[in-house]
Design a protein. Structure first.
Length: 122
């Protein structure tokens, strides 16, 4: 696999696919929590925290799939193919229909690594 996740640190080979499980736990009960149809879950990547424009954004039903006990973040080759090698920052924010907001994964490293074999090049 061209990606790894260690303690919220994502490392991915530029232009590769990744399927990353997002497990959310209720802070009070400790039980598993899956966002409802009117909740929002957003994965955002930026070069720097202070940047206005995100480089990659995934939301529920648009790159994040709701499953029975968790969610699955789907990164496609085109999500990172245009990014220079280096370290970026990402977070995951949950906004419940009630307005309650929680950054379930705080700003963390998103590392795009180099590749030897690139598509279309021989």
């Amino acid at each position: 696999m061209g990606f790894s996740v260690i303690r919220n640190r994502i490392s991915i080979t530029r232009g590769d696919s990744a399927q990353i499980t997002l497990t959310i736990r209720d802070r009070v009960t400790g039980g598993l929590f899956v966002p409802g149809p009117d909740d929002r879950l957003t994965f955002t990547v930026k070069r720097n925290l202070s940047d206005e424009s995100p480089l990659v954004v995934k939301t529920l039903d648009n790159g994040i799939v709701r499953r029975e006990q968790d969610c699955l973040l789907l990164l496609a080759p085109e999500d990172t193919a245009h990014l220079p090698f280096g370290t970026y920052r990402y977070d995951v924010e949950l906004v419940l229909v009630s307005g309650y907001t929680d950054t379930v994964i705080p700003p963390s490293p998103f590392i795009v690594t180099g590749e030897v074999t690139a598509h279309g090049k021989v």
